[in-house]
Design a protein around this ligand. Structure first.
Ligand SMILES: *Cc1c(COP(=O)(O)O)cnc(C)c1O
Length: 407
C-alpha cells in the first residue's frame, strides 16, 4: 500500500490569493464599469532591461550554432555569473565572499524552501510572524512542527514583528537552532540596521545556531547605512546562509534566476557534536537534484552587472520606489500609521480594523486591491500590504481615489 507523507495534511490551504481573486471578481461583476487597480501582488510589472534582453538574445543565437552550443552546464552556475555576483554584490561592499561560495539557482523560493533538507528533524526553529509562507510550509512538510492550532503550528518559535518592535523581532527568549530572517521584509517593508543584525549574528555564534537570511529585496535599499548583505556583519560567514534573487531587483520573476551564498566556513554539527561544513552538503544536494539555470538566462543575469546594465537595472527599482513614495505620502496625509515604503517596495499599513474588512472597504470605495495582512500570520491582522509594483500612472489614479474616499 502506498502511503503518504502525513505532514502534508497539517498544511493550511493558502486561500489568500484565491480569496482575493474571488472578491475582486465578485466586485467586478457588480460594478462592470469600475476600473480595478491591483496593488496587491508581489510581482514586478516592468519589462526586462535592454542589457539583459540583448545578452539573452545573443546567448540564444549561440545555442543555435554547433560551435558555440552549450549542453548541461555546471549545476552551481557558470563561472562568468558567479564571478560577477561575488565581485559586484559582495566584494564591492567589503563582504569577503568568493565566486565558489555562490550557488546559482532558478529561485530564492526554491532555495529557501529546499535548504531545510540539510538539517535534522528535531531542531528548534524560529520563524517571523508575519512571514513569507515558504519558510513555514517547507518545515511543516518535513515534519518539524506539530499540529496547527489557533493560528500557529505547535513546536515552532514565532518571532513577533509588531509596531512595538518596529517590525524587527527581538531575540527569542528560548534557545533556537535555525532562524529565518528577511530584510527588507516581505510583507512589512521593514529594514534592519547593522547593529540589530549584529545582535542576531552574535546570538547565532553563541548558540551554535544558523541564520537563513533572505535578501530578495536588497536592491530597494537606498539608505547606505543599512546592510544589504548579512556578510557585511563581522562573524556572519560561520553562521549565515544568504538568499538573493534577480526577480525583484531586475524583473526576472518570469525569467528565473537567483542564488544562494553558502560560505565555506558556514558550520552545522552532527549528532556527536562534530563540525560539519554546510558548503559541501549544499553542493552535494544541489548537484544531485538541480540541473542548473539555462545558459541564456545566466547571460541575461550577468548583463545586469555591466556598466549599462547597472544603470538600467537601478532605474527599474527607482521607478517602483517613486510609486512607493507617492503611496506613503498619501497614506501619511490620511493619518494612517505605516511601515516600509522606504528601502522597500511594500507599504504595511495599520488599517485600524480587521484586515479583510479594510480590504473590502478599500475595494468597494476605490476599486483598489491590496493584500490583507492576516494572510501572512497572526501578527498581520489589522494590517494591509500595498505593493509598489504597478505603473506610476495607475498608482497616481489609485492614490487620488484613496485620498478622496478615505479623507
Ligand atoms: C519574491 C520573493 C523571493 C524571490 O523568489 P524567486 O523564487 O527568486 O522569484 C524570495 N523571498 C521573498 C520574501 C520574496 O518575496
Amino acid at each position: 500500500m502506498i502511503t503518504i507523507n502525513e505532514h502534508y495534511l497539517k498544511l493550511q490551504a493558502s486561500y489568500l490569493f484565491s480569496d482575493i481573486a474571488g472578491r475582486v471578481a465578485a466586485f467586478q461583476e457588480k460594478n462592470p464599469d469600475k476600473d480595478i487597480i491591483k496593488l496587491g501582488i508581489g510581482d514586478v510589472t516592468k519589462g526586462l532591461t535592454r542589457s539583459a534582453v540583448d545578452a539573452f538574445h545573443k546567448a540564444v543565437d549561440e545555442m543555435a550554432d554547433t560551435t558555440t552550443f552549450r549542453g548541461y552546464g555546471p549545476e552551481q552556475g557558470y563561472g562568468f555569473l558567479r564571478d560577477a555576483i561575488a565581485a559586484n554584490d559582495f566584494q564591492s561592499r567589503g563582504a569577503d565572499i568568493s565566486a565558489d561560495e555562490i550557488f546559482v539557482s532558478d529561485g530564492a523560493k526554491c532555495d529557501t524552501g529546499n535548504i531545510q533538507e540539510l538539517f535534522s528533524r528535531d531542531i528548534k526553529i524560529a520563524i517571523p510572524d508575519p512571514v513569507y509562507p515558504v519558510y513555514l510550509d517547507t518545515n511543516v512538510m518535513a515534519g518539524r512542527t506539530g499540529e496547527f492550532a489557533e493560528g500557529r503550528f505547535k513546536g515552532l518559535v514565532y518571532l513577533d514583528s509588531t509596531k512595538e518592535n518596529k517590525f524587527v523581532p527581538s531575540l527569542p527568549a528560548e534557545d533556537v537552532d535555525l532562524i529565518y530572517l528577511c530584510f527588507p521584509n516581505n510583507p512589512t517593508g521593514s529594514t534592519i540596521t547593522r547593529e540589530e543584525l549584529k545582535t542576531w549574528v552574535d546570538y547565532a555564534r553563541e548558540h551554535k545556531a544558523l541564520i537563513l537570511f533572505d535578501a530578495a529585496y536588497e536592491a530597494f535599499i537606498r539608505d547606505e547605512s543599512l546592510p544589504k548583505s548579512i556578510y557585511e556583519i563581522e562573524g556572519a560567514k560561520e553562521v549565515a546562509i544568504e538568499f538573493r534573487s534577480f526577480s525583484k531587483s531586475a524583473g526576472f520573476t518570469g525569467t528565473r534566476c537567483a542564488y544562494s551564498v553558502v560560505p565555506k566556513e558556514c558550520t552545522a554539527y552532527d549528532s556527536k557534536g562534530n563540525k560539519q561544513l554546510l558548503h559541501s552538503l549544499w553542493n552535494r544536494r544541489h548537484c544531485t537534484k538541480f540541473n542548473g539555470v539555462s545558459y541564456p538566462v545566466q547571460r541575461a543575469a550577468e548583463a545586469t552587472y555591466s556598466e549599462a546594465g547597472k544603470i538600467q537595472t537601478r532605474a527599474l527599482t527607482d521607478y517602483y520606489m517613486k510609486n512607493a513614495e507617492l503611496i506613503c505620502k498619501t497614506i501619511a496625509k490620511l493619518g494612517y500609521e505605516y511601515a516600509g515604503g522606504q528601502n522597500s517596495p511594500y507599504i504595511w499599513i495599520d488599517g485600524g480594523m480587521d484586515s479583510w474588512q479594510f480590504f473590502d472597504m478599500l475595494l468597494n470605495k476605490t476599486g483598489v486591491v491590496c493584500t490583507p495582512g492576516a494572510g501572512f500570520g497572526k501578527c498581520g491582522n489589522g494590517y494591509i500590504r500595498i505593493s509598489a509594483f504597478n505603473s506610476y500612472e495607475n498608482v497616481e489614479i489609485a492614490m487620488a481615489r484613496v485620498k478622496e474616499a478615505l479623507s
